[in-house]
Design a protein. Structure first.
Length: 158
């Protein structure tokens, strides 16, 4: 099984040769405007535009769904719906939905195998979604790493 490669740097500038998929987590209410999506929108307008169109259409827009947007010749952004709403619920649970991320990463795995791509991401689900990295790692292991997909996680230099 492959292992996660950790790098310091900007996930919107993935390092390596060949096809790459940049994964990030979106919410299920059509909100785009805080967190990592700002870095994506600063670099490319298309992922935000396609996400908003997808939300309005309601076609397949649900927890666990993934939208792939090609932003460069060898680079796709994967909008993974892995967050329910944007705030803690009435019981204090964070917006992250691990099962949705698991489902979405299965779809990302299929795409990565199909186009022979490496996968790049920040620590998905651990910012505004309120998740814990120790809960995300097993999901990565059971999808991407189990399928020998090079997986790179970026920590921004601060």
């Amino acid at each position: 099984m492959s292992t996660i490669q950790y790098r310091k740097g900007d996930a919107t500038q993935p390092v390596g040769e060949g096809n790459k998929i940049l994964v990030h987590i979106c919410n299920d209410i059509g909100a785009w405007g805080k967190g990592f999506v700002l870095a994506i929108s600063k670099r490319w307008k298309l992922p935000e535009n396609k996400y908003r169109i997808w939300y309005k259409s309601k076609e397949g827009f649900e927890l666990g769904a993934v939208q792939f947007i090609q932003v460069e010749e060898e680079l796709w952004v994967a909008n993974v719906i892995g967050q329910h709403k944007i705030r803690k619920d009435e019981n204090g649970n964070p917006p992250i939905r691990y099962k949705a991320i698991e489902h979405g990463l299965a779809t990302v795995t299929e795409k990565a195998v199909l186009i022979n791509a490496s996968v790049h991401m920040p620590r998905i689900g651990c910012g505004l979604a309120g998740g814990k990295w120790e809960n995300i790692v097993p999901i990565l292991e059971n999808s991407l790493l189990k399928n020998q997909i090079q997986t790179v996680v970026y920590d921004l230099n601060k």
